[in-house]
Ligand binder design. Structure first.
Ligand code: ZN
Length: 149
């Protein structure tokens, strides 16, 4: 039988082992570090915005499997999107990991739904959302450093 949980675990393991868009973006025009003191995740996000479009996005740093896989999936989802589309994805993702009762819209979220499993482990939610909060701060021009505390 087709088991979603196994599939999603595979997605996270894959993105942790070989993160997409990992490494400094040399021509980034926005850079911000996010830190999750609960787990020790420290990830820096690089962003290049051109004509309201997220034309470049990458990250580096170190963190646990959940934080790295989430950042990897996020950069994949955001690349080439407009800021408005990016904000919609952010909102959908944020609801997904924080609102327990919501049914997960797998069609809308695709692979990002893999991260939804962290809802069952409240301590890990901050790992999953770290890079997202960093991105949100960058997109809303709040460029003080990000901490999940
Ligand atoms: Zn973590």
């Amino acid at each position: 039988m087709f088991d979603l949980k196994d599939l999603y675990q595979e997605v996270i393991i894959d993105h942790n082992r070989s993160p997409r868009n990992f490494g400094k973006l040399e021509d980034a025009d926005h850079t911000l570090e996010g830190y999750n003191p609960l787990c020790g995740d420290r990830l820096t996000l690089y962003l290049k915005i051109k004509d309201d479009l997220i034309s470049g996005i990458s990250f580096d740093g170190s963190g646990c499997a959940i934080s790295v896989a989430s950042a990897s999936l996020m950069t994949e989802a955001m690349k080439g999107k407009t800021i408005e589309e990016g904000t919609l994805i952010f909102n959908a993702f944020h609801e997904l990991v924080t609102v327990d009762s919501q049914d997960i819209d797998f069609d809308k979220l695709g692979k990002l739904a893999a991260i939804a499993g962290v809802r069952e482990y409240p301590a890990r939610v901050k790992c999953a959302t770290l890079c997202w909060h960093t991105l949100h701060s960058l997109l809303t021009d709040d460029t003080t450093s990000v901490s999940t505390e």
